[in-house]
Structure formats: C-alpha cells, structure tokens
Design a protein around this ligand. Structure first.
Ligand code: ATP
Length: 870
C-alpha cells in the first residue's frame, strides 16, 4: 500500500534565473486567459436596465411626441445624471471586488537555484520543480518525480469523487502528466516537474481559488430586492389609480400621467439594492485593510450576526513559533535554553550542558527528532532561516542544540505522513547497517504503537507502570501549556514501514506562546456577546492551560473520542456550557458546527487542513488561514485571515456589524425620504389643490439627491456601542418596528411641513409655492440624515464632522439644489423660480426640529432601546 519514496535527488537544483526567463518568454505566465473583467461600458449600461429607468425613458419619448420638449429634456437629464452617479459608485465597488479577487491568486512551492521558495503560481514555468502536500491545489500539469502516499481529488476534472492514488510516473522523464492543474492533493506529498502551464494544461483551472465574490446575492440583497419589488407593484397600482382618477376628474392627461409616474418613482427605493452592493463591496475592502479577506460578500453580512466562534489553537490563538523547552526520557528530565529557531541554546541536565556525544539516550532521541522531519535550518547571511512546519522546525533546532548528526536525506526510504486524523508520522531510513523506523506524534498515538521503552540500561517492556509514568510526564508538561511530542524508533530487519513494536524514546515539550492581541480580542468578543469555543487537535491539558492563559472560561473539556460516543442531543446539551474540545479530528468539527446551528447559533469556524473543508462549508462563516491554510480550506471558506490571527476574526465581526447597521441606517433614511414625498403628494391630491411638486422635481429628489447621501451614510464609522450589543438574530428584518416608526414619523412631518409651506406660499403663485415646497422637501430630507447616522447616539456624541464624506455629499446636494433654483437652464427643466431669503428662513425653521428633536430624544437615552435590535 505504501508508495515507495523515490529518494529525493539532492543534487536537484531546480531551474536557474536564466532558464526561468527563457521559459517565461517561450510559454508566458501560468494563467488562463482572464474571465473578462467587467468593462466600464457594461457598468454604464447596467444603469439603464432598471425597470423604472426604462419607464422613464419611455415617458420621455411620450412627452417628446406630445410636444413637451422641456419635460423630455428634463427627464432625460435626470436619468443621465442618475446613471452617472450610479456608474461612479458601482465602478468603485467593481474595482474593490476586483482587487479582492486578485488577492486570492494561488501560490506554489518550488525548488529554484537550489532553494525552496513560495511563489505566485502564475510565475511557474515548464521544468520547474514543485512540491505539493495535502491540501495544496496543483498549480500546473506535472510529472511526478517523488511521491509519498499521494492521493488527489480529481473531481473537478473527471467528476470522480473518490480520491485517486497517484504512484510516481513509471519512468522519470516520461513527460506524462500524473498531476493535473485544477485538482488538489488530498493526502501525502510529492515533488513534480511542471510539464504544462496556463492554457496548455489539460484542464487549466488554476484560477479555481478566485472565489465567487460578488456572484451570488446576499440575504440582505435578496430581502431588499423583494421589498423594492413589493413597493414597485404598490407604486404602479397607486400611480395607475391616480392617473385614472385624474382623467375622470378631467384634469390634464399629460400632467396626471407625469404625476402618476413620478409618484411611482417616489415610492420605489430603486437605488436600494445597488447601494447595498456598493456598501458591502466597500465594506469588504475595508475588511482587507484589517487583514480579513471576504471571499463572498455574504460573509461581510453574516459576520455581524455571528454568535459563536469556534477557533483552533495553534497559530490562531498562539504564535505558532515553537521552541522546545523540556525533554523527558525514562531516566532523566532535561531543560532546554534559547529562544526561537536559533540553535544557539543548550540542553541541560541538572544544570550541566549536554551533547549527543555525552548521552547515548539523548542522542537516540534527537536523531529521531531530526530524521523524522521535513524541516530544515539554513544558515544564510549570518542568520538562521527555516523551511517547514513550526513543530518540526522546533525539533530540528533542538537537535542542533544537542549537536546531533544531520541525516542524509537520501537515506529516507519510505514515509507515512502526518495528518490531523492520525496525529503521528513515521519514516523508514536506510542509514547504517539496518533500516530503521522513526516515529513522532501525540503521546497516546506513539504509545499505541510502542511495546518497549528506552531505559539507560536498554529496552524495558512497556508495562502499565511505564505507560502511567509517561502519561504523567506528558501531563506535567501539558499543564504548563506546552505542546508535547513523543518520539519512538525501531530497527527493522525486513525493510518495511510498519508502525508497531516501537521503542518509546521520550517526550519533548514545545512552548508556543499565546499571541499578544488575543486576550484583548477575547474580552472584546465576550462584550459583544460572542462565545468563543476552542476546538483543537492538541491535547486536553495543553489546551486547557492555554485557555487559562487567555481567560477563556472552561467548564468541560471534551476529547474527540468522547464526542464520538455522544448523541446529537447530548452534544447540544454540553454545548450550552463553556466547553473546550481537544484532540479533535476534522470530522468532529463538522458535528460541532451542526450541533451549534441546531441550537440556533450563527457559527464562525476556523480550519486550515484539507479535511476541514466540510466543516468550513457547513459553518455560517468558514474561516481559513491565509498563511498556514491549505488551498482546499481556503477554497471552502468565506473569510480568509491574512494574518492567521484570532483577533482578526473579532475585528471582522465588528466590521460586519458596522456594515449591517449602516445598511439599516440608509434603508430607513431612503424610505423615510420617499414616505414624506408620497404623503405630501397623496394628501394634496385628496385636498384637490394644484400639484405640489412638478414631475421632474420628484425625479430630481429621488434620482439625484437621495442616492448620494445614502451611500455616504453607508460609510459611517463604527459606533462605540456596536460591539457591546448581543449579536443580532440572522432573521432580524432590516426595517423592524422601530425602523417603520422612524419612517412614518419623519415621513409624516416632512410631508405635512411641505404641504403647509406649499399652501401658505400659494397666494404668491403656483410656481413660487411649488419651488418652495420642492426646496423644503430637499432640505428636510438632507438634514434628516443626521438623525439616521446613529441608531443609538446623538451626533454631538459621535461628532458632527466624523463622516466627512457625508458632509461632502450634503454640500454637493445643497449646491445642486441652489443651482436648481437659481440657474436658468435648471429652472427651465425643473419648473422653478428664484426664492427669496424669507422662504429659505421659513424652510430653515421648519427643518430645525428634524435635527434638534432626534438629538434631544437620543440624548435622553430611551430611544436607544427602541432602535437597537430587539
Ligand atoms: P490546532 O487544531 O489547534 O491547530 P494542532 O495543530 O496542534 O492544533 P494537530 O495538527 O491535529 O492540531 O496536531 C495534534 C497533535 O499531533 C499535536 O498535539 C502533536 O502532538 C502532534 N503533531 C503535531 N504536528 C506534528 C508533526 N509535524 N509530526 C508529528 N506529530 C505532530
């Protein structure tokens, strides 16, 4: 079953810079022709596909045929201005999404000029030597040079869902592809030589990791889309009714047609879905600056509702910078000095430094540690560089500290690789007289395949007392928060790698300090009502110790094998407590996510390995690691942590909450503006007076001035209280009762006030009255925005100037309004006349309560409870 490992040919150097250059010239980059990026023209055309805009264009045509040139031009002008504003905003969002996509391009590990390096997979050229391991996506078509237990997932290529065994290609240099671009390594490792890149690959899905960002609608977009449609239908019914009633009462047909139409425009928040998309896209860009890359816009939205974070430990809560500090053998306990990956420390026994030459047992242990490893230490430019995985690097550094012999990699004959499921690995080497197996892994996994223990006078049978002593030593190290690795070996006569009857050599304790930012992030999560559950492959005692250092409350520690025997109900009951999961396998993560979801939680789950993909997909927010994570895990996740840091998840949740709150703010704002207009128009029609707004004025208000302010509202900064509230329910409506109340209150006031101003100025003529009402409504709408800036705090607390873009938007719209009233061409289009100071003063006085009252009410604090999610 075990694949023979073709001895890695250490003379293999990989390509030289010149060879790379030549091949690049010949074959180009390893990429497929890009899926055509959205062109500016397409974004522009999209502005005209909106149903309402199409109706408006039709209306302009009708007006033209009826000889109403001014109205024709006015409608077209407003439509064009609306399209221009929409274009600018959507183009920005497109660019933000494109930048995110580019950040997701896959990487590849290559051997070049004798050194291993990780490069952009685009840079690969034929003949490059590439190293792939479990979880990597295969970046080009390759011939297999060496392989160990290699299985790949070729489902994307062949539809075959079972992993395919990949033996080494029969004759090296045969040039036939054994590994195909677009497939992924499920287990094992291999070195391959690239034989085809980019469009020359059999499948060439190199870009499969580019994610689906922006492709699927988010829940919120769907929810608001439905709302907009419902309002649209209602608007059409009302508009048609008004038109028919007007005609029946023998009012001017065109005027009634235009009124009905503009009322429809007033009722429908047509800009809403676009503003949501723009806000989410810009929000995702803001998240990247905080080191969280959202692969789907849905993640930005869901994050704000996250109620539980299940996080792994190593590398997310801890630094993943391991240093061996203790060694335990049957007869001795050693201390290790030095920090990090610099071998300049010492191994000490009772205060005396020791080397391998002084202590045969220590020598055997360190030889096992360095042989059963893929890590390497390189001394370059006066400092130590490392290659490989932190646990192994720490063990190799330890071996250097004890002056262990460095094994010849060519002696490596066979390997059973490490996996999170097995929690151990072993190799067979052919150095010296007899082939030897070396194994390392979690203590119980190594004990399970050992039958003797190395003592100072030779091997002793591994009886219960010995096992108990070993486990006690392990627990002692683990209680300090150390990660414990057990080592064992056996000389084998028959040259086959069978993990049995090993001789237990000892334990090594590795320190992996918690990340500095994590303790504060834990507190932040707790304040925000988000539970944190540690789910780690490491042992229970180590995990509990680290939880203690980070003040994570733990009532119960459950091991993976204990989870196995729990019924779904029992697991759910336990999950109501402060529980910690240790020694879990990836499959347990899936069960934990499902159980939490059954309890109604919104779960963020981290994962980095290939087998974590199902749990990441199942979680409401699958979180993968940008640095440590495999391509497969990244591909299955919604959010990639660029710095692998737990604190980033908490920051991203804060960002998600901000986005959702901001969306809620502008939805309420836009609808309350529309409500004011609709109330004014409807009440006025009922009174039977002359039209309060000209049709083009309504279009101007809704298509030109509202959207700009709403987008600026979407950029509000995070409110201080946002991370102190409990998470919102996922099903919580954007509007809700407080939202509807706000919309009605603002709508009634602005509607009534503009009607009042209209009728009080009517004696001066319809044009003056209409212009005053028009300006009043615009001013009302603009100044109300301050009330919607925060759902909790008055502006004097959050700062009147803390959203400069909003102020800029207000300045722009006020200037546009002045132009609408005083600039002759716009006067003509919008049927306005100049107003005098007295009119403006009345408008200002009427607008004042819209700013002052909300400030006063919010200052008293009682509204907070009503507007904050129930
Ligand atoms: P987390 O799930 O929090 O990231 P982890 O990385 O420790 O934790 P695993 O990778 O499943 O989880 O490791 C579990 C155990 O396997 C470790 O406690 C250690 O004893 C052992 N182990 C880890 N890395 C190696 C390795 N490279 N070789 C052998 N054993 C290892």
């Amino acid at each position: 079953m075990n694949e023979q490992l073709q001895s890695p040919n250490r003379s293999r150097q990989g390509l030289t810079a010149r060879e790379i250059e030549e091949r690049r010239h010949l074959y180009g980059l390893n990429e497929l022709p890009k899926v055509a990026a959205v062109s500016p023209l397409r974004v522009l055309l999209r502005q005209f596909t909106n149903f309402l805009v199409l109706i408006l264009i039709a209306a302009a045509a009708i007006a033209f045929f009826l000889g109403e040139k001014v109205d024709t031009v006015a409608i077209l002008f407003v439509v064009l201005l609306n399209a221009a504003l929409g274009f600018i905003q959507e183009w920005r969002a497109e660019k933000a999404v494109e930048a995110l996509r580019n950040m997701m391009s896959p990487r590849a590990r290559v051997l070049r000029e004798g050194h291993e390096a990780t490069i952009d997979a685009r840079e690969l050229v034929p003949d490059d030597i590439v190293i792939v391991e479990a979880g990597d996506s295969i970046p080009a078509d390759m011939e297999i040079l060496t392989s160990v237990q290699l299985f790949t997932d070729e489902s994307a290529l062949t539809g075959e869902s079972l992993p395919v065994a990949k033996p080494r290609t029969e004759s090296v240099g045969s040039g036939s592809a054994g590994l195909f671009a677009g497939t992924a390594v499920v287990s094992g490792r291999a070195e391959g030589k690239v034989i085809a890149t980019g469009r020359n690959t059999a499948f060439g899905e190199v870009a499969s990791l580019t994610g689906e960002i922006g492709e699927k609608q988010t829940n919120l977009q769907r929810q608001l889309g439905i709302l907009a449609r419902q309002l649209g239908i209602a608007a059409l019914v009302v508009a048609v009714a008004i038109f028919i009633a007007g005609v029946l009462f023998q009012r001017d047909t065109l005027e009634m047609f235009m009124t009905g139409l503009s009322l429809a425009v007033a009722m429908v928040p047509e800009g809403l879905p676009a503003v949501v998309t723009i806000t989410l896209a810009l929000g995702a860009a803001a998240m990247v600056r905080q080191k969280a890359l959202a692969r789907r816009l849905q993640a930005v939205e869901t994050l704000g509702a996250a109620s539980v974070i299940c996080t792994d430990k190593t590398g997310t809560l801890t630094e993943n910078k391991m240093t061996a500090t203790r060694i335990w053998t049957h007869d001795r306990a050693y201390q290790v000095t030095g920090v990090g990956y610099d071998p300049a420390g010492r191994i000490e026994y009772e205060g005396q430094p020791l080397r391998c030459s002084d202590d045969a047992h220590l020598a055997a242990l360190l030889n096992c540690a360095i042989t059963c490893s893929h890590a390497r230490l390189l001394h370059r430019d006066n400092h130590w560089q490392t290659v490989g995985e932190p646990t192994e690097i720490a063990l190799v550094t330890l071996a250097y500290k004890g002056w262990a012999d460095i094994p010849d990699p060519n002696d490596l004959a066979e390997e059973m690789p490490f996996s999170s499921d097995r929690k151990r690995m072993s190799v067979l080497t052919r150095a010296g007289d007899s082939p030897t197996i070396y194994a390392k892994g979690a203590a119980e996994q190594i004990l399970a395949v050992s039958s003797t223990v190395q003592g100072k006078d030779g091997k002793l049978p591994l009886v219960t007392a010995e096992r108990t002593a070993i486990l006690a030593a392990e627990e002692e190290m683990a209680a300090l928060g150390l990660r414990v690795i057990a080592l064992a070996s056996r000389e084998t006569g028959d040259d086959s790698l069978e993990e049995r009857d090993l001789t237990f050599l000892g334990l090594v304790g590795l320190i992996d300090p918690p990340r500095k930012e994590v303790a504060a992030a834990m507190q932040g999560a707790r304040r925000a009502g988000v539970r944190v559950i540690m789910v780690t492959g490491d042992g229970p005692v180590t995990a509990r110790a680290i939880a203690g250092q980070l003040s994570i409350p733990v009532q119960t520690v459950l091991r993976g094998d204990e989870v196995d025997v729990l019924s779904p109900d029992e697991l759910q009951q336990l999950l109501k407590q402060d529980v910690l999961f240790a020694r879990v396998k990836p499959a347990h993560k899936l069960r934990i996510v499902k159980a939490l979801q059954a309890l109604g939680e919104i779960v963020a789950m981290t994962g980095d390995g290939v087998n974590d993909a199902p749990a990441l997909k199942q979680a409401d927010i699958g979180v993968s690691m940008g640095q440590r994570g495999t391509d497969v895990a990244k591909g299955a996740s919604d959010l990639v942590l660029l710095d692998d840091n737990f604190a980033t998840i908490v920051r991203a949740i804060g960002e998600g909450r901000r986005q959702f709150d901001n969306i809620r703010k502008f939805v309420r704002y836009l609808l309350s503006s529309n409500a004011g207009e609709v109330i004014a128009i409807l009440v006025n029609i009922m009174i039977g007076g002359p039209l309060i707004f000209a049709a083009t004025q309504i279009l101007w208000m809704n298509l030109v001035t509202d959207g700009v302010t709403a987008v600026a509202l979407g950029l509000e900064k995070r409110e201080s209280g946002q991370m102190q509230d409990p998470p919102r329910q996922k099903s919580e409506p954007v509007l809700g009762t407080p939202g509807l109340a706000m919309i009605l209150l603002f709508g009634s006031y602005t509607g009534a006030a503009s009607l009042w101003i209209f009728y009080t100025t009517l004696p001066l003529g319809t044009d003056v009255a209409r212009t005053t009402a028009f300006c009043a409504m615009v001013v009302f709408e603009k100044v109300s925005v301050f009330a919607f800036r925060s759902l909790r705090q008055p502006c004097w607390q959050i700062g009147w100037f803390s959203n400069p873009l909003l102020l800029l938007a207000l300045l722009a719209t006020f200037s546009a309004q002045l132009a609408a009233v005083y600039w002759p061409p716009l006067q003509l289009l919008l049927h306005t006349v100049p107003l005098d100071g007295g009119h403006w003063l009345t408008i200002a006085i009427l607008a004042l309560p819209l700013v002052v009252l909300p400030e006063l009410i919010k200052s008293t604090g009682w509204l907070t409870k009503a507007t904050v999610p129930d």
